[in-house]
Ligand binder design. Structure first.
Ligand SMILES: [Mn+2]
Length: 339
């Protein structure tokens, strides 16, 4: 087949780069796809070069990424000058050198990616393979493994599965048949139990107190709910809690409010029944920034706008107050969510 012949020609070219007296550093912006692809490249390089190390330029805080590292025992170090000095050759997967200042000045010999290329930033490396049509670079690396005749071990296969799942949002985002085919192949080698554990690691223990606050403050008003969390360490917590409530059957939408650095933030999530972007704008637009899409919206305004009143009550009133002209006709106490 023409495609497989093309691939093996590429792989020959890649293989020619490997020599037993060189130490490679694979540099990544660590997310599931990048980590899995780096593991695959490391696997391909092992026994072909002297040493392979994976270095990340970013901190990892997402619980699923932490779970992936832990359960799949991914060994990875933060990128440092020391690591750079120790290495003789550099590779990059799931990024291009211009994507991050941390990559600057590193003479990459290998760049394997699936992000679109930009004419202003041509990628200069001895070996480049950039396939913007692929949903995940893990898919491409799975094809590489197969091309090299390497059967992935349980942890590598599971990592690649998770990489593909994440980047294609479990095949709901632009992906290709190649992604599905690679996933199917990996399923025979990966561990479903491990994959489930990683996928389900959505929360960090220190976030649980916010759930307690959400449940104890929750007002359920028919088919919608409101929670107030008080001061939060990041607005992301509000998103997390709001997303959680979208899983509760029968709730059409939820508003989760908190205060972050003198700013009141309200996160809206719904089933698209009510246009939450328009709703948020109508209730909070005059106080700050408010809007979004039908199913996801956000409002932000300075704490000072509450003029010392309880934020909890202030926001709840804004949510329940009917606009003047609609008030009378809706006074029957029904028709929630008709805006
Ligand atoms: Mn990717």
């Amino acid at each position: 087949m023409p495609t497989s012949r093309k691939l093996s020609a590429r792989l020959m070219q890649l293989q020619e780069l490997f020599s037993r007296n060189e130490d490679w550093l694979i540099v990544i912006n660590a997310d599931p796809d990048a980590m899995a692809a780096a593991m695959a490249l490391k696997r391909i390089m092992s026994h072909r070069v002297r040493k392979v190390t994976i270095a990340r330029i970013n901190e990892i805080s997402r619980p699923d990424n932490l779970a992936m590292i832990r359960y799949l025992r991914i060994s990875m170090l933060p990128l440092s000058d020391c690591l750079k000095n120790q290495a003789t050759r550099f590779a990059m997967v799931d990024s291009q050198p211009h994507h991050n200042p941390a990559f600057e000045g590193i003479p990459f010999s290998i760049v394997i990616d699936h992000h679109p290329t930009s004419p202003e930033h041509p990628v200069e490396a001895v070996y480049t393979d950039i396939r913007p049509k692929y949903g995940a670079v893990s898919t491409l690396m799975t094809e590489y493994l197969r091309g090299f005749g390497i059967r992935p071990g349980i942890r590598l296969a599971t990592a690649l599965q998770y990489g593909i799942r994440t980047d294609t949002a479990t095949f709901t985002r632009a992906g290709t048949e190649n992604d599905l085919r690679a996933y199917q192949y990996l399923a025979a080698h990966g561990d479903t139990g491990l994959l489930t554990r990683i996928t389900r690691s959505e929360y960090l223990p220190q976030w649980l107190k916010y759930f307690a606050r959400a449940f104890s403050s929750m007002h359920q008003c028919g088919n919608w709910a409101y929670c107030y969390l008080g001061d939060v360490e990041s607005p992301d917590i509000l998103v997390l809690i709001a997303d959680f409530f979208t899983r509760v059957h029968g709730l059409k939408w939820v508003g989760v409010c908190g205060v972050y650095k003198e700013t009141v933030v309200v996160i809206f999530r719904g089933d698209g029944h009510l246009d939450l972007g328009a709703f948020a704008a109508s209730r909070f637009g005059s106080l700050g920034n408010a809007g979004g899409h039908r199913a996801l919206a956000r409002a932000e305004f300075p704490l000072a706008a509450t003029e010392g009143r309880s934020v909890d009550v202030f926001v709840f009133r804004k949510l329940t107050d009917r606009p003047q002209k609609k008030k009378e006709e809706e006074n029957r106490g029904r028709g929630e969510g008709t805006l």
